[in-house]
Design a protein around this ligand. Structure first.
Ligand code: NCD
Length: 306
């Protein structure tokens, strides 16, 4: 159940609840479009802690809270060193829990949100923990697929790029394993999905692993492109060996199905050429826009607003 609870992993949200959330997001999307004023979270305070760079996630969380009539307090410190130690994070969270009703946290350490939950008397939302998970991105990714392709079941989804360090890929893959989908994982060998995640999903869905995008592109309903997560590499030579591995340009897009979509959690560096932006199948900016109604629905369901 979401009410009063944390979202640290995508598995914290059941499938039924996810669809309830999507319906609520649809209705918020209409209300925002029509300029209706919503005041359901008036008096509630959300605290955001972003210890890693963020544009979309932070702004859309803050915008979502404002749109619901709530307030936002935030701390942003790009230098993560002082909070990288568990002890300090614990203290920060204890304090924040007494200042707010819900805490949104992004942190460079895998497991940071889980640790934060341990010390918080208020719900914690994981807005990205190192190369762990990014569950709210997954909610908006699934919402986007459902909206753009009228459903998720039956689809063939290709994930491309940095599947090793990309946290959006990890939580999306875990979530998709609850659906009737086919998955293609396309990456250089160095950037394959970690084994512990594959172990959790491979008995439930059909997964094909390849280095060659051409093997799967023409069959894909969704091409989910990711950025090589430069900041996660400890070895620069390794990074240099994989930069520019895949670049989606118009030529590649021309081999895709007519009613397929191209997604990307953003920010992109060079993995999708700007020439693709004008293609109606380029869904990444629509995907980013979906972050608002989806996060409104999530905040509302956790904090119990109507
Ligand atoms: C992603 C992230 O932070 O994991 N960005 C986002 O939240 N939209 C993807 C990335 O940084 O490449």
């Amino acid at each position: 159940m979401l009410k009063g609870n944390s979202v640290v992993s995508i598995s914290d949200i059941g499938k039924d609840e996810m669809f309830e959330l999507f319906k609520l997001a649809d209705s918020y999307s209409r209300s925002v479009e029509q300029g209706q004023k919503i005041d359901s979270l008036h008096g509630s305070i959300m605290a955001t802690f972003f210890y890693e760079p963020s544009t979309r996630t932070r702004l859309s969380f803050e915008s979502a809270m404002h749109r619901l009539g709530g307030s936002v307090i935030s701390v942003s410190e790009a230098k993560s060193s002082s909070v990288a130690k568990g002890e300090t994070l614990a203290d920060t969270v204890r304090m924040a829990a007494s200042y707010s009703d819900i805490i949104v946290i992004r942190h460079p350490m895998d497991g940071a949100a889980k640790l934060a939950r341990k010390f918080s008397s208020k719900p914690i939302i994981n807005a990205g923990d190192g190369s762990g998970q990014h569950p709210t991105q997954t909610l908006l990714d699934l919402y986007t697929i459902r909206k753009e392709l009228s459903g998720i079941d039956g689809k063939e989804i290709t994930m491309l790029g940095d599947l090793r360090y990309g946290r959006t890929v990890h939580s999306l893959l875990l979530a998709l394993s609850e659906f009737d989908v086919r998955i293609n994982l396309v990456s250089p060998p160095l950037l394959r999905v970690p084994q512990h995640i594959l172990d959790q999903v491979s008995s439930r869905i059909r997964i094909r692993v390849t280095e060659n995008l051409n093997d799967v592109i023409s069959e894909s309903d969704v091409l989910y492109v990711t950025r090589i997560q430069k900041e996660r590499f400890t070895d620069e030579t390794e990074y240099n060996s994989v930069i520019g591995s895949y670049i989606v340009n118009s030529e590649i897009a021309s081999t895709m199905k007519k009613n397929s979509i191209i997604m990307h959690p953003l920010p992109r560096v060079n993995e999708i050429s700007p020439e693709v932006d004008a293609d109606p199948r380029a869904a990444y900016f629509r995907q980013a826009a979906n972050g608002i109604p989806v996060r409104m629905a999530l905040l509302s369901m956790i904090l119990g607003g109507k």
